[in-house]
Design a protein around this ligand. Sequence first.
Ligand SMILES: Nc1ncnc2c1ncn2[C@@H]1O[C@H](COP(=O)(O)OP(=O)(O)OP(=O)(O)O)[C@@H](O)[C@H]1O
Length: 322
Amino acid sequence: MNHLIYEIDQVSHEYKGKGRTKGKVKANDNISFDIPAGEILGVLGPNGAGKSTLIKQMVGLLKPTAGEVRFDGMNIAQQTKRAATLVAYYAQEPHAISALKVHEALSFTGRLRGVPKAEAERQANELLEQFEMGSFRDKLLKQLSGGQKRMIGIGTVLIGHSPVLILDEPTNELDPRNRRLVWDLINQRNREGATVILVTHNVLEAEQVVHRVAVINHGKLLAIDSVAKLKQQVDPRLKFELLTSIGKRDEMEAILARFGTALVLAENRLLLLADKRDASELLDFITTHPELPILEYSIKPSSLEDVYFHIDNAAQSEVIGV
Ligand SMILES: Nc1ncnc2c1ncn2[C@@H]1O[C@H](COP(=O)(O)OP(=O)(O)OP(=O)(O)O)[C@@H](O)[C@H]1O
């Protein structure tokens, strides 16, 4: 196994609430896990789950109220400068650079990471070319659209080829072409050896790229494992999606009741949850009865989205797979 780039060791964080939220907010609660170098880890969880708090502790912006974050074997609090040059972090809103011109935002960030001036400018131009944003080079960042700003924010993570990339909701606000471009670049950097930590709500997109997923809610780590292993924890029944003629759904549901439980997805759409042992009998039944009002049928694999809802519903107080 690759060496551990991060060791998150019993980390908690309590904010002191003010005004109406007076009292303590336990944003992270005794979280422990490791990240081997070269991994793409997805961090999933609903709004307010504690993801950003954890990330801020991992980049040394916030000190845990208990526990320790070790980066490359050493407490991150004792090496914040070193970590800042090795860990490229993109927060949801890069306020600090919004008064800069686009190429300055990129090249200055590169120089802060120790890249010589000429090389930082070369990389900035290369990124603008890859993003097809060369014509925005001399615009102020605050004059760009939300999606364009986000692309430059992602550029600030990519410039300097840091060994660790942390991206918070990287593809929010991006159109499909830019989304694909960003995922391709993230994958390419990972192939070149970068460790990538992705905070996202976009479970369906994340599934395509991550090696492992950490699911967080109410400040607790609920699960951490590969997508495939997490999927095994979801309902093991086969999911047949059936498209019926309008008005025939109830009739279909009654005919197929003996094969399992049917969930109504839409006026003309059913999801039949069937035991795997009955799958071939069910398929035989559907294919040998052409008079059935079934227009289309397919077997749906479990997705990371199913995993996410399963873990969130079933295990809020229980820790799975840790
Ligand atoms: N500066 C702060 N002061 C007090 N409470 C805070 C502060 N920042 C976050 N919190 C609280 O801590 C909890 C975790 O917040 P955090 O921002 O880590 O969640 P998140 O998972 O990143 O959410 P989102 O997906 O909405 O960005 C929430 O209850 C939030 O209200």
